[in-house]
Design a protein around this ligand. Structure first.
Ligand SMILES: Cc1cc2nc3c(=O)[nH]c(=O)nc-3n(C[C@H](O)[C@H](O)[C@H](O)COP(=O)(O)O)c2cc1C
Length: 209
């Protein structure tokens, strides 16, 4: 197995703290292309993630061809609606609600400049693929590129495999549209860690407010 050592690229100079604390789901993306150089930086960052036994079973399919993204967008939209409960409609959902934003992304997916599919060469192994996805998304943030982690639905699996010639034993874990943001990065709101973290035993609060 060929292994390479890489130095951190100069373009990833943003502090880790700033990248992590200003990363948010960016669903409105400009059509402007992402350069080959930036694309390589993203994939290099992904390659640095941990994986079980350092087997690096993650595979990443980069799609920039307009026609393929258009066809992918149609499947993504079908998958998004397949996950909605029967009879679900967006009427009455307030502007800014995550469901509305996600529904609009389902329409807009066909126009994004870049999609990365995060795949494992064999079934399962999500735990070895997802750290690389987060590395990729943090690197994108540092480059000023927006992204959002999205998932598909079983109803489109075969057609996704066919569209991209993915072998049957490989598993697509998530797809990440990327592009320069229409909106802004910015702060996110999350539950306080005092609610999500237990200390020494399940249910015990941590030693901070
Ligand atoms: C496992 C997983 C699945 C997700 N699926 C979707 C999706 O299908 N569509 C979508 O628009 N966002 C999806 N997201 C993005 C989340 O909605 C987003 O990360 C979360 O709402 C936090 O957004 P924020 O960082 O802007 O606060 C997914 C995120 C994760 C981790």
């Amino acid at each position: 197995m060929a292994m390479v050592k890489l130095d951190p690229p100069d373009q990833l100079g943003m502090s880790l703290g700033e990248a992590m604390f200003t990363q948010r789901a960016i669903r409105r993306l400009k059509p402007d292309p992402i350069s080959d150089e930036d694309l390589k930086t993203l994939m290099d960052a992904a390659s640095k993630a941990p994986s079980s036994r350092n087997e690096q079973s993650g595979r990443f399919l980069v799609v920039r061809d307009r026609d393929r993204i258009r066809r992918f967008g149609e499947l993504y939209r079908e998958a998004w609606w397949a996950k909605r409960p029967a009879g679900w409609t967006p009427e009455g959902i307030p502007e800014g609600d995550l469901h509305l934003s996600a529904m609009r992304l389902a329409d807009a997916m066909k126009d994004v400049p870049l999609v990365v599919l995060a795949v494992s060469a064999s079934p399962g192994q999500a735990s070895s693929v997802l750290p690389a996805v987060q590395n990729l998304m943090l690197a994108a943030r540092a480059l000023g590129i927006g992204s959002v982690l999205t998932t598909l639905h079983a109803c489109v699996t075969d057609r996704i495999h066919e569209l991209f010639k993915i072998p049957p034993e490989a598993q697509v874990h998530c797809c990440i549209p990327l592009g320069y943001p229409e909106g802004r990065f910015g702060t996110t709101t999350r539950r306080p860690t005092s609610e999500t973290t237990y200390y020494e035993e399940w249910g015990n609060p941590p030693p901070w407010e």
